[in-house]
Design a protein around this ligand. Structure first.
Ligand code: GLU
Length: 473
């Protein structure tokens, strides 16, 4: 058994697309283990598939990991730069008699195996003693009998009969080493002690173990294959169907700590019913041995709920700082010179109570900063045009607000009285004033919003709404 300070884990993403939330969960579980036991977290970019890999995807992965706070101790190493190691391993395996060359075409194999029940390669070239070279793939000689056992911390002992494993290719006929080889060579070279990765890799694990043993390594690592993430229909999360990119969640205004907390619970939970865990608690409490085998439901609504709780846990100052990228720059719904940071700060506590993601903020405050101010047409029609009391109420509010003490309690009091004169409850009386001044029928509390808007602008908007009704009739 490894001693605690020797733990070495790796996170090994393939840079072929956006960084997937499943990848983030894998990285998190690796990271939590190292943070608790001490050890080394290695980042390895598996870019052997040259056609699908792209430097931009690698940058995206590094940025997303950094954003999540999942820092690494070594790397990033790129498989594309490690070819000499793979070639050396292949030479070693030739030497020890584990390999043979094969010139079978896919069609020839298919034609031969069509009739037999066993899928995969039939060992045709095993004893032909072909010399390796261009146009010939290199295959690994899998033992005919025996069992290869994966010691999996999540799944227990998973056994594979060797007779069901084909003699797999480790070097393609064009000379390129295959992924299964590169992973094993790297894991040996990097002295990895725990391979924690997605369940989809379990079927190739016996091949990895056979290769590992053939390369003379005394100690096999421990494995942990993490349960698959599914959507509400129990389908495996897919980038075509579901929102899976960590980058998307960041851009929508999810907080990294909320996402980490939620991801941590996808396949594991603490021993009581707590759901909100700090990173420190995750580190002390998370155990690979307690990870579930069954698929974990990635529920975006639940994640949003978590995010809302985390947002409400932020101090005023933290909230304003986190919100800043969403109210300035690309996310803003107004030109930079229309934004007033002080005004935003004044409204911030009210906004924080109402949102699940930071990306919702601009809609709440566009009535303050957008130029020109736009009223939602449907809301205008419903709350003003189709309400015969709207104009008298707007007019009365306009008159009273022009001389009132312009503070929330006072403004509310006035509207209450106006409502009473028309036998209306406050909520209904508010509706037309809200739409006229804030442009929508939902949003921040009306009276605080009017104060933020200021007397002059409030009166101007009330006037404009009254005029608009006149123009429409
Ligand atoms: N590169 C693989 C992936 O992105 C991970 C392989 C591994 O962890 O062994 O799915």
């Amino acid at each position: 058994m490894t001693t605690t300070n020797q733990v070495r884990v790796r996170f090994a993403p393939s840079p072929t697309g956006f960084f997937h939330v499943g990848g983030a969960r894998t990285a998190l579980y690796n990271w939590l283990l190292v943070k608790r036991l001490g050890g080394t977290f290695i980042l390895r970019i598996e870019d052997t598939d040259r056609e699908r890999s792209d430097e931009a995807w690698t940058r995206g992965i590094l940025n997303a990991l950094t954003w999540l706070g999942l820092d690494w101790d070594e790397g990033p190493f790129h498989q594309s730069e490690r070819r000499p190691l793979y070639d050396a391993a292949v030479a070693k395996l030739w030497e020890s008699g584990h390999l043979y060359a094969c010139d079978c075409t896919r069609e020839a194999i298919d034609a031969r195996t069509k009739e037999t029940k066993t899928p995969g390669y039939d060992g045709f070239c095993r004893e032909r003693k072909l010399t390796p070279g261009t146009g010939r793939a290199t295959r690994f000689r899998v033992p005919d009998s025996g069992i290869t056992t994966v010691h999996d911390l999540v799944r227990g002992e998973v056994e594979f009969a060797n007779e069901t494993i084909e003699d797999f290719v480790i070097v393609k006929s064009n000379g390129d080493p295959l992924y299964v080889l590169a992973v094993v060579v790297d894991d040996i070279d990097m002295r990895i002690t725990h391979i924690i990765r997605a369940e989809e890799h379990l079927p190739t694990t016996p091949k990895a173990i056979l290769l590992w043993n053939a390369l003379d390594e005394a100690t096999l690592p421990l494995f942990a294959h993490l349960p698959v993430l599914v959507n509400e229909k129990r389908q495996k999360l897919s980038k075509r169907r579901d929102r899976v990119a960590v980058e998307d969640y960041r851009d929508l205004g999810f907080l990294p700590e909320a996402l980490l907390n939620y991801l941590c619970l996808l396949g594991w939970s603490p021993n009581d019913d707590r759901e909100l865990l700090t990173v420190g608690e995750m580190i002390t409490e998370f155990r690979l041995e307690e990870v579930n085998r069954s698929p974990a439901f990635f529920d975006e609504k639940r994640l949003a709920h978590f995010n809302g709780l985390y947002i409400r846990g932020l101090s005023d100052q933290e909230f304003i700082e986190r919100a800043l990228p969403f109210v300035t720059g690309d996310h803003a719904l107004w030109p930079a010179n229309c934004f007033d940071a002080e005004l935003f700060a004044a409204m911030a506590p009210l906004i924080r109570e109402r949102i699940a993601t930071l990306g919702e903020i601009p809609d709440y405050i566009k009535f303050l900063f957008a130029d020109p101010f736009v009223i939602d047409e449907a809301a205008f029609e419903k709350a003003i045009l189709r309400d015969e009391l709207a104009v008298p109420i707007l007019q009365a509010a306009r008159d009273a607000y022009s001389i009132a003490n312009f503070e929330p309690e006072q403004l509310k009091e006035i509207l209450l009285l106006i409502g009473e004169q028309h036998s209306r409850k406050l909520a209904k009386t508010q509706a037309s004033v809200r739409v006229a001044t804030m442009g929508t029928s939902v949003g921040l509390p009306l009276f605080e919003s009017l104060v933020a808007l200021g007397r002059t602008e409030t009166l101007a908007r009330l006037d404009a709404a009254i005029t608009a009704v006149g123009n429409a009739s």
